[in-house]
Design a protein around this ligand. Structure first.
Ligand SMILES: NC(=O)c1ccc[n+]([C@@H]2O[C@H](COP(=O)([O-])OP(=O)(O)OC[C@H]3O[C@@H](n4cnc5c(N)ncnc54)[C@H](OP(=O)(O)O)[C@@H]3O)[C@@H](O)[C@H]2O)c1
Length: 389
């Protein structure tokens, strides 16, 4: 274990991954120190975290909540807005940024952190979905590591330690399938927000839980895997694995398949991202293989879940198309959570927006952000038209 404490900034420390990151870090006080924490509006929780971890800097993304944070986190420097988050990831004292923001808002902080040569433990998959073409080469030039936190990509990262890049035949991302993949009607109309938010194996934030129910989450992960592991879509496959115990697998050219198994607990990939290249001990129980029973694998359903194919299509088309897929999906998920559309409408809205888009190839960040905003605007127009009937 290294002697100097690693200084960590957690973006989105009040969210599901952010809170679990803090739990992991609390167990290794001799190895890590918290430099900065951020939230969007949940200032009450951020202020509690500030009291407990005593960071140098706390950031609330919504400017309106700055006075409240100032009054609750006295003695700590406080900032607000995206400028505050970008300032945090640029501070020379920060060694590692854990990006646990949800959505497109997470992409620019990843770019800025990497520009500043910081290692990034990346939970925010939207960063690579939107801007993988910029982030990965930039990370190479700045010698910044992009370490996956998503359990599937963490699993692939671990499996790849068993062979060389040229020896990979394919990688297989597993998906729990969410609550509906087995039902005959698949994503039927009338599914309530509460039903869609009941994930069978994982407890996560609302956005990713809805994405899991439509399989868009797996589509976003296919794009993320393409950039992280530099593999073409034809070498990235998806299997439904309802138990969420095998987190992903790599098949090598000699026929060997290496899998990573663990309890469905995000603390494991978070801890792996923090401990690399070593492993730290787990304090909670591990897998009981005898109790586990059967492990099942199925091909993704052919009907009823178009989001996975839409993501493969966006990846094949490239350029600004994955950002458009992601932007349209964000507004559609938001509209579903607000009760404005049905669950199956999400895929229709994303497809409708993608059909209208002519992707620009090799865009810079401004081009990506413009395409993202355009996709959100077009998505909202389609949602409004559907509401009018
Ligand atoms: N949850 C999981 O188990 C899991 C697993 C794998 C990957 N991931 C990925 O990890 C990321 C985070 O997921 P999550 O489930 O932890 O999300 P979450 O629980 O919704 O938390 C999101 C965090 O981002 C903050 N945030 C939200 N909107 C923001 C904005 N506009 N500007 C700045 N900050 C904002 C939230 O602050 P407030 O609390 O103030 O709203 C919160 O701290 C996602 O990309 C997800 O796909 C999650």
């Amino acid at each position: 274990m290294s002697k100097r404490k690693k200084t960590v900034a957690i973006l989105g420390s009040t969210g599901s991954v952010g809170r679990q990151s803090l739990k992991v870090i609390e167990r290794f006080p001799d190895l890590f120190t918290i430099y900065g924490l951020t939230c969007y509006r949940n200032v009450d929780l951020l202020a509690l975290q500030v009291k407990e971890h005593n960071p140098k800097l706390a950031v609330v993304a919504d400017h309106h909540f700055l006075p409240k944070l100032k009054s609750q986190a006295q003695g700590t420097e406080v900032l607000s807005g995206m400028e505050g988050i970008l300032e945090l990831v640029s501070r020379p004292e920060v060694d590692l940024v854990i990006n646990a923001l949800v959505g497109s808002v997470g992409a620019l902080p990843t770019i800025r952190a990497v520009e500043n040569g910081k290692d990034v433990a990346l939970a925010n998959k939207e960063s690579l979905v939107m801007a993988g073409e910029i982030i990965m080469p930039l990370a190479g030039r700045r010698r910044a590591k992009i370490i996956p936190v998503d359990s599937e990509h963490s699993a692939i990262h671990q499996c790849l330690r068993a062979g060389r890049k040229g020896e990979i035949k394919r990688i297989i991302l597993t998906a729990s399938g969410g609550p509906f993949w087995k039902n005959p009607g698949h994503l039927r109309e009338g599914i309530t927000k509460e039903e869609a938010l009941t994930h069978p194996t994982w407890r996560m934030g609302e956005k990713i839980t809805i994405d899991s129910a439509t399989l868009m989450n797996k589509g976003l992960e296919v794009i993320e895997a393409h950039w992280l592991f530099s593999l073409p879509p034809s070498q990235i496959q998806v299997l439904i694995h309802p138990q969420s115990v095998v987190h992903s697998l790599v098949e090598f050219i000699d026929g060997s398949v290496i899998a990573q198994l663990a309890p469905p607990d995000m603390e494991i990939p978070i801890q792996y991202a923090l401990s690399l290249p070593q492993r730290f001990p787990r304090v909670k129980p591990g897998l009981d293989l005898v109790q586990l029973g059967n492990l099942n694998f199925y091909p993704p359903p052919k009907k009823g879940f178009p989001c996975l194919n839409l993501a493969y299509k966006a990846l094949e088309e490239g350029g600004t198309m994955p950002a458009v897929l992601n932007g349209a999906n964000e507004v559609a998920v938001e509209a579903f959570l607000e009760g404005k559309i049905e669950l199956p409408d999400i895929a229709k809205i994303v497809e409708g927006v993608m059909d209208l888009h002519q992707p620009s190839l090799h865009p810079d960040w401004e081009g990506i952000w413009e395409a993202h905003k355009w996709a959100q605007k077009e998505g909202r127009l389609i949602i409004e038209e559907r509401a009018k009937g």
